[in-house]
Design a binder for this molecule. Structure first.
Ligand SMILES: [Mg+2]
Length: 186
């Protein structure tokens, strides 16, 4: 058993896959070719919690999607790599841009294309609906499935391991009660 507290203590950024993590993997197609995905506000709040904690968030999606771009903007996630099947390129870019080492990064994934990154990062996390091979290489498997709050669970789990979830939630609550110009929840 890896010492997850020690692993998580170093984490400065959480990178997440999109389809199957922020969603259940479904893509709805309209007759005019438009595309719909179902996201949950629970994960939107998760992004707000990460921001309050100073934990950087990035998304790397293997499949380009406007719906993903719109949702990322709503969640105020600016580091979006939308549509790169080989995730090693975006991963390297993110690492260099934020000046991070592998062991300062956590990654949440569900499918085999995530494995190459999950084997590099300090804290690989699988969602409940992930393929077994993905779960096998992870240090934590969320109880919730993709699209049902797994992303937020991963964020809160890291903060729990870091021993600071309570203080972050209290700070966020203060912010909600004394709101700035914009609502931190989306
Ligand atoms: Mg996926």
């Amino acid at each position: 058993m890896p010492d997850v507290k020690n692993l998580c203590a170093k984490i400065k950024m959480l990178i997440s896959d999109v389809d199957g993590v922020l969603t259940d993997g479904s893509v709805y197609k309209g007759s005019a070719g438009e595309e719909f995905k179902r996201f949950t506000v629970i994960d939107g709040a998760g992004a707000a919690i990460a921001r309050a904690a100073g934990l950087n968030i990035a998304l790397i999606s293997g499949r380009h999607s406007e719906a993903t771009a719109i949702r990322a903007a709503e969640m105020k996630i600016t580091e979006l790599h939308n549509g790169t099947l080989d995730k090693r390129g975006p991963y390297k870019e993110i690492k260099e841009k934020y000046n991070l080492k592998d062991d300062e990064i956590a990654y949440v994934g569900d499918d085999i294309i995530d494995i190459v990154i999950m084997k590099q990062v300090g804290v690989p996390i699988a969602v409940a609906n992930a393929y077994k091979t993905v779960k096998d290489i992870s240090v934590y498997v969320t109880e919730k499935s993709g699209g049902q709050g797994a992303f937020r669970e991963a964020i809160e789990w890291i903060l729990i391991q870091q021993g600071r979830l309570e203080e972050v939630l209290t700070a966020l609550q203060d912010e909600v009660q004394n709101p700035p110009e914009t609502d931190p929840y989306h």
